[in-house]
Design a protein around this ligand. Structure first.
Ligand SMILES: CC(=O)SCCNC(=O)CCNC(=O)[C@H](O)C(C)(C)COP(=O)(O)OP(=O)(O)OC[C@H]1O[C@@H](n2cnc3c(N)ncnc32)[C@H](O)[C@@H]1OP(=O)(O)O
Ligand SMILES: O=C([O-])CC(=O)C(=O)O
Length: 375
């Protein structure tokens, strides 16, 4: 069970910045829950869309509600032509998180949130459209293909894999992508969600809140860690090399991406779930390198620093085994976390006061402005 950490110091650590009924993170005896449900239980039995529904509407859907919701989301997957044209103009060298940011912002121009009464419709629309934003740009810029942004895939995870690979995923890949989307969906006041809430507190529109959140998620200390972890893992050909290399990085005081957490102190409850699925995928593809290398890094980090893998570390190998290009790892996080971000925007709006903390001034004392010739 995840334990509470002693939280003080810079980075607003340990300060209550608001209230939420959406999730617990690192609460002693509760670990990670979404609206009271253990994330591990949700990841075992639910579809990602059930979790999205839970976050957006407050309760898990009945079968009839879920069927209706899946159908609704399926009809919202296609992109307007003007957005496709914008995506076609973004170079292949662009970072896909910048593509997601631009795609979100452009959709906000074409289909703006004109009143807060539209917030749920706009959140569902964004969630349904994100896989196509990512894959339309990726396949056009890298393969010269203009893909059909719709698919028959019943759920968002398999829709994404279908658009990316041009064929329906295997049952195992569909399952893993679904689990991954659930694990990444919501995490209280992390940096990107807090960004969204600050933006929401000015009574801005949903697209602005989500665009800002994407920018915060992009950094390697947050969502970008899954890509950074993959780049590190790939450098090692054997577990022995990984052990030596990790020790050398620690000696240089490098940050090891995919380890540690701002709130959890002994484990990230999402790790055991994705690690299990990564192991299964490794067996499926007959991997003898990536998974053993990952475990070797994991062992050194625990032995040397008592640092544990966070949600991002074994996501790297899991996504790699499913043939997903590394640069798309963090954009998948966006496809999932848009549910948490939007739910926090709704929560902020429902009991709002502009978020405006104070700063401790550490600059020079007040002084007269000298004439320019005297400076
Ligand atoms: C989905 C997510 O966003 S999960 C987070 C993803 N990010 C990463 O994986 C990036 C790597 N990890 C980190 O940079 C950090 O652990 C963070 C940003 C997640 C948390 O930062 P903090 O709350 O400041 O970490 P914390 O207070 O636990 O750090 C304690 C010590 O461990 C060190 N440490 C923490 N994580 C790491 C790491 N991954 N590698 C090496 N050292 C680390 C810190 O530098 C600090 O050392 P110091 O006391 O000598 O300065
Ligand atoms: O909570 C955090 O600081 C980072 C994190 O794990 C997440 O956003 O999923």
């Amino acid at each position: 069970m995840a334990e509470g950490k002693v939280l003080t110091g810079a980075g607003l650590r340990g300060q209550i910045a608001g209230q939420t009924a959406l999730s617990t993170v690192g609460k002693a005896g509760a670990g990670l829950t979404y609206r009271g449900y253990d994330v591990r239980e949700l990841a075992k039995d639910c579809l990602f869309e059930e979790v999205a529904y839970l976050l957006f509407y407050g309760e898990l859907p009945t079968q009839a509600q879920l069927d209706g919701y899946l159908t609704q989301l399926q009809t919202q997957r296609d992109l307007p032509q003007a957005l496709k044209e914008v995506l076609e103009r973004i170079p292949a060298s662009a970072h896909p998180m910048d593509v997601m940011r631009t795609g979100c912002s452009m959709l906000g121009n074409l289909e703006p949130e004109e009143s807060f009464e539209q917030q749920l419709d706009k959140a569902n629309r964004l969630m349904a459209a994100f896989p196509a934003i990512m894959c339309y740009w990726y396949r056009f810029s890298h393969e010269g293909v203009r893909i059909d942004c719709t698919s028959d895939a019943p759920d968002l995870g398999s829709h994404f894999l279908t658009l990316l690979h041009g064929k329906a995923p295997s049952e195992l890949h569909r399952k893993v992508m679904n689990v991954s989307l659930i694990l990444y969906a919501e995490h209280e006041f992390n940096a990107s969600t807090f960004t969204a809430r600050v933006c929401a507190s000015t009574l801005s529109d949903l697209f602005s809140c989500i665009t800002g959140a994407i920018g915060s998620l992009r950094g390697p200390l947050h969502g970008g860690a899954n890509e950074a972890a993959m780049e590190m893992i790939e450098k090692f050909a054997t577990p022995e090399e990984a052990t030596e290399g990790t020790l050398a990085m620690l000696a240089r005081k490098d940050k090891i991406m995919g380890f540690g957490h701002a709130i959890y102190s002994v484990s990230d409850p999402r790790n055991e779930v994705i690690k299990g699925w990564s192991k299964l995928l490794a067996e499926e593809v007959g991997d003898t390198v990536l998974f053993p290398v990952s475990e070797a890094i994991d062992k050194v980090m625990w032995e040397q620093k008592k640092l544990f893998p966070n949600a991002d570390f074994y996501h790297a190998s899991a996504y790699n085994f499913m043939g997903i290009p590394t640069k798309l790892f963090t954009p998948i996080f966006v496809c999932s976390r848009v549910t948490g971000w939007a739910s926090h925007v709704f929560e902020q709006r429902s009991n709002n006061r502009i978020i405006r903390p104070s700063a401790e001034y550490i600059g020079v004392e007040q002084r007269p402005v000298p004439p320019i010739a005297a400076r």
